[in-house]
Ligand binder design. Sequence first.
Ligand SMILES: NC(=O)c1ccc[n+]([C@@H]2O[C@H](COP(=O)([O-])OP(=O)(O)OC[C@H]3O[C@@H](n4cnc5c(N)ncnc54)[C@H](O)[C@@H]3O)[C@@H](O)[C@H]2O)c1
Length: 258
Amino acid sequence: MNTTTNRRVALVTGAAGELGRAICARLCRDGLHIVAADINLQAAQQLVDSLECQPEQRIIAVYADMADKGSIDAMVEQAGAEFGRIDVVVNNAAVNHRGSILDFDPAKWDHMMAVNLRGPALLCQKVAPYWQAQGSGRVINMVSRCWVAGGPPAYVACKAGLVGLTRSMARELAPYQVTVNAIAPGLLPSAFTLDGRDAESFERMAAGSINSTPLKRLTTPQDIANTTAFLASGDAAFITAEVIHVCGGSQLAPFGSG
Ligand SMILES: NC(=O)c1ccc[n+]([C@@H]2O[C@H](COP(=O)([O-])OP(=O)(O)OC[C@H]3O[C@@H](n4cnc5c(N)ncnc54)[C@H](O)[C@@H]3O)[C@@H](O)[C@H]2O)c1
């Protein structure tokens, strides 16, 4: 362990992505040490290089493939060796192999389940001994408004499963004063949502999303970073097993015209 300060430590997966970068920047501003984990280590390192630390605050980039238990274990061991504690886990990494229930590919289904659902469970299992020793901890799982609204079946199944995992872990980890919550973002442009789509088709999807959103805009990375910071803070100490929809009301079904 290199660190002598008692700053809290946040481990963020998918740190190099659109939401991950905003979350790391915000938690960094809030003074936490950050473990920025991603399968794209080079991009995670670029993020780390771009963030300004306070004196004695540290941010490290770590490789992790959330589909691989060995890689998850190695990431936690590296974080533990570096900081000696892990306070906040943000399960943000995800993949989306789009496909209909009529023609889905079982190998892609399994990969999505591994990254999006089993990975967060394995990560929390590996970090749990820190929480048990510390008597505190925070888990923030990134789901999606589509867990209620529906959408690509495998993706929705993972996110609905992650809500179930959130609620189950909230009960199991409560004796150690660990809170477990989920954030459900609405649509925003990222590699994740643009993948395989041209700009025009994304614009059409975005226009449709804005139209069906009572607050009439897309989600921003800052919306999600702010909510993550709140759930990670002392102000949220008595909130657990919740799903916070940060999508301008788009989780609501349309309600008539009159
Ligand atoms: N963008 C949206 O519209 C939207 C909406 C709702 C929910 N979400 C959720 O927000 C989260 C972040 O999405 P984003 O839009 O920032 O996507 P993004 O594509 O910008 O970022 C995803 C990150 O995850 C990393 N990643 C991919 N596979 C990985 C693996 N196996 N192990 C570790 N890291 C891996 C990628 O390298 C990337 O940096 C996801 O959980 C996603 O489901 C996004």
